[in-house]
Design a protein around this ligand. Structure first.
Ligand code: FE2
Length: 663
């Protein structure tokens, strides 16, 4: 590549007659690029000249040279991003260090891959003080595109953003800006984010798209709510569709990329029901002046450190521009910049094949500041070895579930692990809290005996048991409702006959129980096995009083042709669930009491019918509305005093007809 570098002594007072610029006269690969000396005219009114210290090469620059941008007419100087010093213009500007970008630069106007750049004054914006020229010249397109997209999406603090393609330039910028605007940021990319990438430094959550779909991961991260904004930098249809499935109500999808000819199959009903919006962004539609305004708004983000300073992967003088463009065409990761004012190396005479093997500049070999500390002398892990982090551990654990595992097991374990990991992240569980949790679980052991099962109790007081019941028995029409088994059922109770007293010798108000076991149509069921059990007048079960082994207030009946079970007993009291163990600690921790309203338990088994496990609660009990195990259902409440109040009985009576569906 030929061309002189006549920029020594460049200054406002003495503009050189010519300056070098990278030009293409026809479309093609990097070989169509050539350095040319172009004559320099002083700036016209409303213009300035900027000496370009650094200008990144974006993929769109390479596409432009290749002829893939329809608005471009050669000959043209490519280049959108720049950082440099104003060398000519109105008095307040010369000497100012500026940065910029523009959708017109390099396309309809000569661009930044040149020593001198002619700009309208409105395109001048002072670069962040803490960024080098190389850094400031490498962020324009990415940050402007990300800012426009998030502006269009009207991102609000507290919202959640999913960035697809977070390892890319725009994706990383979107992560950084979204975080700065107070959003929760979920970064999705293939593989793990590299420490120097903005996404790695600014996102709250990471999704490895090699392992899990964005829709699935988002659902897990947000508890099923979804994300408010999807920022799609990839434009891969299956990926976009999956992400849109994870959109929250009134969610917005910002798209900045696509593949020619590919179409998005959009299911319209969920789209309109969510009041979702699909937004396209093309940063090429913004000229340098508009971009200057956007960059001025972004400058504090860099100066405060909210936006990570970019890491420059490769830096080339202008006479090695072909090599630099080849590198960008090869899809290299990291920023590639030209330094038009740097001394030429005349290295372009090297064979083009050297381009891909060119040693990176010192910037890319510098150890990332996040690199974990290694013990001196210890062998470094090979690059392919995985280090588990918050970013990849959940996916790694899920990936270990083997393909031959039964589908239901896989479904349950996947969900369990996702929720467990999400819980740890949500509360940012500390090691001390983790330790307390392990001690809590270990303490359950002594409370699991043949007379008491603390695990069932824990499930009961946390509402899990009733949730399983509610899902399992969602349809209860025409049949008796179910409720918890509770911890006091005992196997092999005494078998009794109708008319027996199941609480002989116990002090308490007499209760006569007369229930009918019937099918869903009300036809009595013969041969049904009915286990009954309840607490005494003080709220104690037989296993809790005396020696704990005697069966009292407990029995098993088998129905005759009339389906009737009839016995006498003492009126049960409300009672506390056992709260001297770990489940009691859970209740106390939540400021809750242990009380259950008075009730009698029934477990009915009949051949050909579904088992019915339920209680009948005593109406009027003060704990009906705060049952510690959430077991009360309105249909299961009966007035034991109704007949006595009506004057038709001198004692309490429990009358009920159980209707049981076929199995
Ligand atoms: Fe009970």
């Amino acid at each position: 590549m030929e061309g002189s570098i006549p920029m020594a002594g460049l200054g406002a007072a003495t503009l050189p007659a010519t300056a070098a610029a990278l030009r293409f006269h026809r479309f093609g690969g990097p070989e169509v690029l050539a350095l040319e000396d172009l004559p320099i005219a002083p700036p016209a009114a409303g213009e300035a000249l900027v000496a370009v210290h650094a200008a990144s090469i974006n993929p769109s620059d390479a596409k432009n040279v290749a002829g893939r941008m329809r608005q471009t007419t050669p000959p043209r100087t490519p280049g959108r991003d720049f950082a440099g010093t104003v060398v000519a213009g109105p008095a307040e500007w010369p000497g100012a260090e500026v940065w910029g970008t523009g959708g017109d630069l390099g396309f309809t106007k000569d661009g930044s891959h040149a020593q001198l750049l002619r700009l309208p004054l409105a395109a001048l914006a002072r670069k962040p003080a803490n960024l080098s020229f190389a850094q400031a010249g490498a962020v324009g397109v990415n940050y402007v595109t990300a800012a426009i997209g998030l502006d269009y999406a009207a991102l609000q603090p507290g919202e959640t953003v999913l960035v697809l393609g977070a390892s890319g330039g725009v994706g990383g910028a979107a992560c950084a800006i979204a975080r700065q605007r107070g959003a929760t940021v979920i970064a999705a990319q293939r593989g793990r984010p590299q420490p120097e990438q903005p996404a790695a430094q600014t996102a709250h959550r990471f999704i490895d798209l090699n392992v899990i779909s964005p829709g699935e991961a988002v659902s897990a991260f947000t508890g099923g709510r979804g994300v408010d904004v999807v920022f799609d930098c990839v434009g891969n249809i299956p990926l976009t569709s999956s992400a849109m499935g994870g959109l929250a109500m009134r969610g917005r999808v910002v798209v900045i990329a696509g593949t020619p000819g590919e179409k998005l199959g959009l299911e319209l009903i969920p789209f309109y029901r969510k009041e979702a919006r699909l937004i396209g962004v093309d940063s090429l539609k913004r000229g340098t002046a508009e971009c200057a305004t956007l960059l001025e708004a972004l400058r504090p983000g860099f100066e405060s450190g909210a936006f990570p300073a970019p890491v420059i992967a490769h830096s080339f003088p202008l006479d090695q521009a072909r090599e630099a463009y080849s590198l960008v065409n090869s899809g290299t990761r990291g920023r590639v910049i030209l330094t038009p004012l740097a001394a030429p190396t005349h290295a372009s005479t090297r064979a083009p094949t050297h381009a891909s093997t060119r040693a990176p500049t010192h910037a890319s070999t510098r150890a990332p500041t996040h690199d974990p500390i290694r013990i001196a002398g210890a062998p470094a892990m090979p690059d392919a070895h995985v280090t588990y982090t918050d970013a990849n551990l959940t996916e790694a654990v899920l990936a270990r579930i083997q393909p031959e595992v039964p589908a239901r097991t896989k479904e349950i374990m996947t969900a369990l692990l996702k929720h467990a990991h999400a819980f740890v992240r949500d509360v940012k569980l500390t090691p001390a809290e983790w330790d307390a949790g392990i001690k809590f679980l270990s303490a359950m052991g002594p409370f699991v005996t043949d007379k008491r099962n603390e695990w069932i109790l824990l499930s009961d007081v946390t509402g899990v048991t009733m949730l399983v019941d509610a899902i399992t028995h969602a349809s209860t029409e025409g049949v008796t409702e179910t409720t918890v088994l509770g911890p006091f059922h005992r196997e092999n109770p005494p078998v009794l006959k109708n008319g027996d007293n199941i609480a002989p010798g116990l002090v308490g108000e007499m209760l006569e129980v007369r229930v009918v076991i019937a099918d869903a149509a009300g036809k009595p069921i013969q041969g049904a096995q009915v286990d009954v059990w309840h607490a005494d007048k003080d709220g104690g079960y037989d296993s809790q009083i005396g020696d704990g082994n005697t069966h009292m207030m407990r029995g098993r009946f088998v129905t005759g042709a009339d389906g009737v079970v009839h016995f006498w007993t003492v009126n049960p009291s409300c009672y506390p669930v056992p709260h001297d163990g770990p489940a009691g600690q859970v209740l106390a921790a939540m400021g809750r009491g242990p009380m259950r309203p008075a009730h009698v338990h029934f477990w009915i088994k009949a051949p050909g019918y579904r088992d019915l496990i339920t209680h009948i609660f005593a109406d009027g009990d003060k704990y009906l509305y705060e049952d510690a195990v959430f077991g009360v259902k309105a249909s299961l409440v009966a007035d034991f005093e109704a007949k006595r109040k009506a004057g038709t009985s001198d004692h309490l009576e429990l009358e009920y007809e159980f209707r049981i569906p076929k199995a």
